[in-house]
Ligand binder design. Structure first.
Ligand SMILES: [Zn+2]
Length: 266
């Protein structure tokens, strides 16, 4: 019996659906919360529900850790019990950009518009639909060079800005964007900073965001399968050139899309 148990543990290590634990600011903590034969405990972090999924006979929770989390540890609520998770340090590089003054010095009308759009975008990114999810692994939405990475600490015209909460993938205008994982389109719009944008809900609080599109090819409420084309790469909104800004969110927190993509290449 002991040998069988050890063999099962080995299978968990070689798991195919779950990702490796990458508990850093902007990363994902994978927590084993029990046997899949039993109902899993509810998991919450920072007051928000957390994604749970089955993997190799276990329930796994995937906790998004925000970029502004201090290295050390976080506490996750697993069925009412506090679970401590170590968060390791990660250094993100700095990026200094010069951008059009109209995007730095904003008129009141622009600020009002940005405020309205922020509410719509935040509501979409913070959704949590308690539907089963089989995997969180994603295919790349477009092939192309990753022109800057998640977590960059940005300065626009020497003024500090929020860190970059997505992955930029360089591609020419008109390049089709593939849906990286099945989901529902929950928001589309033409926003001040993000330009033409699509937001997809994959369930369990896993949300993906596509910005600066030249063409939006889907409508709100549409169900998409992995590989479906959701739009085309463009340079709308605040950009210096054509690229796809690809963001991924767990429990309302931006997490590095590279974690979700890298695993799909294994
Ligand atoms: Zn970007």
């Amino acid at each position: 019996m002991i040998r069988i148990a050890l063999a099962l543990l080995g299978m968990i290590a070689a798991s195919t659906a779950a990702l490796a634990n990458d508990a850093r600011p902007g990363g994902i903590a994978m927590i084993d919360i029990g046997a899949a034969t039993e109902e899993h405990p509810r998991v919450r972090y920072s007051g928000k529900p957390v994604l749970t999924m089955q993997d190799d006979g276990r329930w796994i929770a995937a906790v998004g850790i925000s970029l502004d989390t201090q290295p050390g540890s976080i506490e996750v609520d697993v069925g009412g019990e506090r679970r401590t998770v170590a968060v390791h340090e990660h250094t993100y590089v700095e990026q200094r950009l010069n951008v059009d003054r109209k995007y730095v010095e904003l008129s009141q009308a622009s600020l009002d518009r940005i405020g309205r759009e922020r509410k719509i975008i935040d509501a979409a990114l913070n959704r949590f639909v308690d539907a089963p999810i089989e995997s969180i692994r994603m295919i790349a939405p477009v092939d192309g060079r990753r022109s800057s990475s998640f977590g960059l600490r940005r300065f626009f015209n020497e003024e500090p800005r929020a860190p970059h909460k997505g992955m930029d993938i360089a591609a020419v205008v008109g390049t089709p964007i593939k849906t990286p994982l099945a989901g529902e389109v929950v928001a589309t719009g033409d926003y001040y900073f993000n330009g033409q944008t699509v937001i997809v809900d994959h369930g369990q609080g896993l949300i993906s965001l596509y910005c600066h599109l030249s063409v939006i090819g889907v409508e709100e409420g549409e169900q998409l399968q992995a590989g479906d084309i959701l739009g085309e790469v463009g340079k709308t909104g605040r950009v210096t050139g054509a690229h796809l800004h690809f963001g991924t969110y767990l429990n309302g927190t931006a997490v590095d899309p590279a974690i979700l993509l890298t695993s799909s290449e294994q």
